[in-house]
Design a protein around this ligand. Sequence first.
Ligand code: AMP
Length: 284
Amino acid sequence: MRIIRTIAELRRVLDPERAAGRTVGFVPTMGALHDGHLSLVKRARVQTDVVVLSIFVNPTQFNEPSDLAAYPRQEAQDAAIAEGAGVEVIFAPAVEEMYPDGFATLVRVTGTVSETLEGFHRSPSHFDGMATIVAKLLLAVEPHLAYFGQKDAQQLIVVRRMVKDLGIPTQIIACPTLRDPDGLAMSSRNSRLSDVERQRALAIPRSLSAITATVASGEHETAVLAAIAEGILASQDLRIEYVAFVNPTTLERVQWVDAPVLCAIAARVGDVRLIDNAVLEPKT
Ligand code: AMP
């Protein structure tokens, strides 16, 4: 496995692979690798010949400097994990490589898909930062396939929109959310939870399970479902940012579960902000 720091070097390594007809699979991450990331790598290994994983904590998508500073960084450990999982190339550029002096370009996906939920609650520029860095990474790696987690459902929708709009020749593959045995969605941020906070955080997957079960029993009204989730989250003193019921493609709010609906939750446990979601299927 090679660790590459520059776009030029990345091209030197990947151009001959592509020329030889080998397909490139790409897993973008911010590091602090866990099994959720590795599930993307596993899928990439099955579907492509050369797997590239990037590690870049992208400053432009963080709205809180304290969140950026506290984001876990453990490159040596990540490199060992990635190598064990069969990654051939790690691309881990410095901030200056991705944002050279005088950097002045933004990729902005406009409209509901980027301005609601995370875009609204974190900052309107959150998805500008994300879309810009993902566009840069896709241009640098030129992968045939790129893998994203459903855990960040809105990110996936914004990336799909951008790739389609810009005609980027990469197929985007969505992968299901991996959870720990207690139900908590795996996240690099979970390492910042104390034992007590982790127990409280379980209210998030419990809310999603309760909503799913309530829909299965025939309830269709999202206001009723929201109240159930909010009750469970509040019982553990979580600070709710949103419990939203939206169209899984357009992210428009919906009132009824009469077609598949994305239920997305963002809540804070102490200082740690967590997100999770589930797709609700209407009872037939
Ligand atoms: P991150 O390092 O948090 O930016 O995540 C990198 C990629 O891994 C994104 O596409 C995430 O959606 C995906 N990912 C993060 N957590 C999980 C998880 N628990 N299960 C599946 N994919 C995940």
